[in-house]
Design a protein around this ligand. Sequence first.
Ligand code: GDP
Ligand code: MG
Length: 417
Amino acid sequence: MERAILVITHLKKDRNAWEAEEDVQELIELTRSSGCEVLAQVKAEVTHPNPAYFIGSGKAQEVALLAQEKGADVVIFNDDLSSTQQRNLEDVLNIKTIDRTQLILDIFAQHAKSAEGKIQVELAQVEYLLPRLSGKGIMLSRLGGGIGTRGPGEQKLEVDRRRIRKRITRLRQDLEKISQRRQALRKKRKEVDIPTVAIIGYTNAGKTSLINTLTSSEELVRDSLFSTLDSVSRRYVLPDKQKILFLDTVGFLHRLPHNLIEAFKSTLEEVVEADILLHVLDISDPLAQKKKDAVYEVLAELEIRDKPIITVLNKIDKIERPDFTERQLSRYENSVAISALNKLGIEELIRKITNRLVRQVALLKTFVPQEKFRLLNLIYAEGEILKESYQDRGVYIEAKVPYIVRDRLLSLLKDKD
Ligand code: GDP
Ligand code: MG
């Protein structure tokens, strides 16, 4: 296991929302999830980042001594370093030095599972590395291996400039091909047109646990049609017989490196197209409110702040005082308290989804033959007509109707009178 020294740089300006102490906690969590042990942390107040070292050169010396004394393998900075800063720091510290972006890329590299996810992560990694490979080359190439050099899957990241350029071209081409395939798949899904419920939230909130808890219930079957897609999607049948699709999604992070937002856009596209968002929040986490804000910022960036959201307050089993949970429930609009792990509150959650979906509209495009004209009343009563064209034997109609009504209509239309 690699051993790290963390350097928490606290910029004096901004950084008001997220306090220094919270930055420390998050960097520790991120470091651990990349499989690295934290030996020590150093805090540095920075008024203006030093162009050569980010922190002052005296502070850099101090970190170098500490790293040597503790026998560290890597120094991790909480802020993004320029390629010059990174190179200079590696000269002074004499061990591998990485920044927060590289740390996050490393974690994503270990977690990417699908072909597309792997390509996207590798592309983000090599694009990040390329400008850092000028001159004598960075420490990564000398030391090789470990944090900051892991590629998705088993392979090691290429560190030769010329080969990296070729690789970037190749990765972009592969991505293009996969993206076309994905679009075809998504179109197919649209045709099936099952309402989708995307499970979103900060990393570690319990999204995957929730989808697993739902999976273990018998109504749920693995959806083979969409199993090639990156994010896990599972079919579920609500008590009123409405079929829905649950989507697990990649976790949100505060200050997600921007090239990663780009890289993961296709995963987020599924969130954009979802009918309902389940926002999972860990209420036992003192930072819950701030993490919620971070998630909402990304939603705003995706221009989907107005989508129906159910706030799922997870991990209530860790809350000792019931009035705390009650207060949180009244604080978050349209919320439900659950424990994904202990299967508490799941029924209430399903009820909330059902209630929301009853109001959710779907597009109905169908031909109604003369002998079924009595069904038109149902459409007029429940929906909004977009197009109506009378033909010889009936009428072609396009209307917005609630999902439930549409499913009932379609099955009534199929029935033989
Ligand atoms: P994700 O990153 O949002 O997908 O989060 P995970 O589902 O991977 O869960 C993160 C951690 O929280 C895991 O260690 C889970 O076991 C734990 N966890 C999830 N749900 C609960 C819960 O209801 N109660 C408790 N105590 N822990 C939970
Ligand atoms: Mg997960």
